[in-house]
Ligand binder design. Structure first.
Ligand code: PEP
Ligand code: MG
Length: 756
């Protein structure tokens, strides 16, 4: 059975479109299981109906035309129950629906299984047989397994259909992702492909066929030279047999007709990279479907070779492409370094298939006030290129090629939003306080030169989190004490007189240094943050020394240690810090600038530390709660996994309980309490946090004015009552909707959704 299954899924993976997928399924299943009928019905959620999309054995004239209501027939029953239905005699079942002329009544045995993707019913797959009989158990499990396997493929092609539907023949449909930086935008998508990958090249037209052909000839020639050089360089380093790979590549490049085939595609009016993609795609398909494993494996070589030619074709970095006004940048992965590299002036929104609301690109987007959606559902993002799109980053939804009326509605929302932001900016200079005048410190998280200016002009009360690893990531090796001192000096003087929290190196997890790779199997549960720096005191001490040197003559430094999970770790950090402090004090012989003892604290983000808080608080001046990781570790949910985005929520009751417990303990012991996770950037969460007892929140600069407005419209007492009221609820959705209601009651809905 396993072989039969893989044969079908392999065939499906090579299909060009959804109809081909469905036809392959019904034909192959009926053949492999030797059944007389196999059909696939797909759900149309706009109409609440299933549509017969492919069938082997039923009257073909109904394919694409037969609609069955969600609550009708056996198909409807499978959909409603969300489980397989197995009948010896379908006709005798009360739900059986007679359909004229489909010839179904001849078949007795029936087995229908639902096709479900991420809890959503996509369709029903069923088999039927003339005789009254029960299907074997392994036939049933075969069908269940196949339905589970194809669900992702079908959801993918469903999204693809949304992308291709230029005329919007259906009601306006969206593709979902994770809201990462709030805002709305209407513009034209630009798909970028920084890691050259032939499969991600968009279809573009050219006006100059001859110029494209010349580019192709040059790129192929250049690839030849590179391969020859590579082969020569490898002489003596690898075996002759391995080296023959380069010859094989040369032969493929020379092979009769390859260049001609690509030229023919260019003649059709496509730009050279797309022409290359089409031709290579055809060859890849042929290789991948070969029975011989050796030949099948050659597909990798062809792909690799194609990417080399592509590199030569594009020559320049993809970011050098001109970005016209109102560009929505779309990519498989948008990284923080990409944002540092590209001119951001014309970019009005970001859409990335990978990443989450707490990934670093999202954090930067928020700081810069650019709407962003991360973790987009799997779809062919290269096909979004040059499409008109609406991005609603409040809901995490993109709309592709929507109709004019829809665009008009969103353009109006964009204008309202711009007016609203201007209006908020007017209050920037006012103190950060609640309606009853209680002061609340609103700080910013800033770690990147590109958002520093924005941070300085945001009206913040200081920097609540400087992620020092970002500066380390931009180097080619560990930065020296002098280089680091300069970086910390800039940030301390840039916020002179206001507190600045510098967090010590927090690498591991999803943050890697290019020159110090950490290859943990389970990186978020591995060698991270303080675990790394304690194992490398030589790196830790240099950082402490540089931070302290930068603070000479200043009183605004705070130091925070990330990822503390035991008190031993904290003791060891204190020992090393004291050693560095003593050294700098001793070296500061001229005494012109005084070395002040900075505030020393931890980022509280590992649940185990919450249970040792009493002991920890004896050793530190402050606790800064890092909700990004605290939620991840409390809920056992990867903060970057979009499949689990509903679970990774700062409104989960258990999250609120732990946050309250921390606040109560800190208040009782008189320890300063801050919160620096992305939760603080959400105005809805901010009022709740004040109600729970937090008085210092550190957030993205782009969200500060919204949080400021929200807290200024409630008294502390009102926020406390609201917190008490919502904390009795058992689900995050209920908590969120109650908070939303409270915001709406005060006319503050515009802070958390598009429009006022
Ligand atoms: C956190 O975990 O909440 C935090 C502030 O740090 P980071 O997002 O850098 O892990
Ligand atoms: Mg963290």
């Amino acid at each position: 059975m396993f072989e039969k299954l893989s044969k079908i899924t392999q065939a499906i993976s090579l299909a060009d479109n959804q109809q081909q997928v469905l036809d392959l399924i019904v034909n192959n299943v009926s053949k492999e299981l030797n059944v007389e009928v196999c059909s696939v019905y797909l759900a149309n959620h706009d109409l609440n109906q299933f549509v017969l999309m492919a069938s082997f054995g039923l009257n073909q004239k109904h394919v694409g035309k037969l609609h069955i209501d969600f609550n009708a027939g056996l198909v409807g029953l499978v959909g409603q129950r969300e489980e397989p239905i197995h009948l010896q005699s379908a006709k005798s079942h009360p739900a059986f629906q007679f359909i004229e002329d489909i010839n179904e009544e001849e078949f007795s045995a029936y087995l229908g299984v639902p096709i479900i993707h991420q809890r959503k019913i996509l369709g029903v797959l069923c088999i039927q047989q003339r005789d009254e009989r029960r299907f074997e158990l392994d036939e049933e499990t075969f069908l269940i397994t196949l339905a589970a396997q194809i669900s992702a493929v079908l959801s993918y092609s469903e999204l693809d259909a949304i992308i291709s539907d230029e005329k919007q023949s259906r009601p306006v449909r969206c593709i979902n992702g994770i809201p990462a930086s709030s805002g709305v935008a209407v513009g034209v998508a630009k798909a970028v492909f920084p890691n050259l990958d032939i499969n991600s090249i968009p279809q573009r037209k050219t006006d100059d066929v001859q110029a494209e052909i010349k580019k192709l000839n040059r790129a192929i020639k250049r690839t030849h030279i590179q391969l020859k050089n590579m082969s020569n360089r490898m002489k003596g380093l690898i075996s002759d047999q391995e080296r023959s790979l380069f010859d094989a590549y040369q032969q493929i490049l020379d092979s009769a007709g390859l260049e001609d085939e690509i030229e023919q595609q260019i003649q059709k009016g496509f730009w050279a990279p797309y022409a290359l993609r089409v031709v290579i795609g055809k060859h890849l398909k042929a290789f991948r479907s070969m029975e011989d494993p050796y030949l099948r494996e050659r597909a990798h070589d062809i792909e690799d070779l194609a990417n080399r030619v592509l590199g030569n074709l594009l020559k320049k970095n993809s970011f050098e492409v001109e970005l016209v006004a109102n560009t929505i940048l779309v990519a498989e992965t948008i990284t923080a370094s990409m944002l540092a590299e590209i001119p951001l002036d014309n970019i009005i929104a970001l859409v990335s298939q990978k990443g989450s609301s707490t990934s670093h690109a999202a954090i930067l987007a928020k700081a810069l006030g650019i709407p962003a959606i991360m973790g987009l559902e799997p779809c062919q993002i290269n096909r979004l290129d040059e499409k008109t799109m609406v991005v609603d980053a409040y809901n995490g939804q993109i709309y592709v090629s929507p109709d004019k009326a829809f665009i008009k509605r969103y353009k109006k929302l964009v204008k309202e939003e711009q007016r609203f932001v201007k209006d908020l900016a007017k209050e920037q200079r006012k103190p950060n306080q609640t309606k009853d005048g209680t002061s609340v410190k609103l700080m910013v998280n800033s770690s990147h030169p590109i958002d520093f200016l924005k941070a300085q002009n945001s009206g913040a009360d200081g920097i609540g989190l400087f992620r020092s690893e970002i500066a380390f990531m931009q180097q080619q090796q560990f930065p020296s004490e002098e280089t680091q001192t300069q970086i910390y000096e800039n940030i301390l003087s840039g916020f002179d007189g206001l507190p600045v929290t510098i967090r010590t190196l927090d690498i591991g997890g999803d943050k890697q240094l290019p020159y110090f790779k950490i290859n943990d199997e389970n990186p978020f549960l591995g060698w991270r943050g303080v675990r790394v720096t304690l194992d490398h005191p030589e790196i830790f001490l240099v950082q402490f020394r540089a931070i302290l040197k930068a603070s000479l003559g200043k009183k605004n430094l705070r130091i925070a240690i990330p990822m503390i999970s035991t008190v031993e770790e904290l003791y060891e950090c204190c020992r090393l810090f004291n050693q560095a402090f003593a050294e700098i004090e001793e070296e500061n012989t001229d005494g012109k600038l005084i070395l002040h003892r900075p505030q020393f604290g931890i980022i509280l983000e590992v649940p185990s530390a919450v249970f040792q808080l009493e002991e920890i608080m004896k050793r530190v001046d402050f606790i800064s709660v890092g909700t990004n990781d605290l939620i991840q570790y409390l809920m056992a949910v990867d903060r970057n996994n979009m499949k689990l985005k509903n679970l990774y929520s700062h409104f989960q009751p258990s999250v609120l309980k732990i946050l309250k417990q921390i606040a109560d303990q800190c208040r009782a012991s008189g320890t300063d309490l801050h919160l620096c996770g992305e939760m603080a950037s959400d105005p809805l969460a901010a009022i709740l946090l004040i109600g729970i007892g937090y008085r210092e929140l550190s957030m993205s600069a782009g969200n500060l004015s919204k949080v400021k407005r929200a807290i200024s419209r409630f008294t502390v007492k009102e926020m406390q009552q609201l917190a008490q009221q919502v904390m009795v609820y058992q689900t995050d959705s209920k908590i969120q909707s109650e908070l939303l209601k409270a915001m709406d009651d005060r006319g503050l809905g515009g802070l958390v959704r598009a429009g006022r």
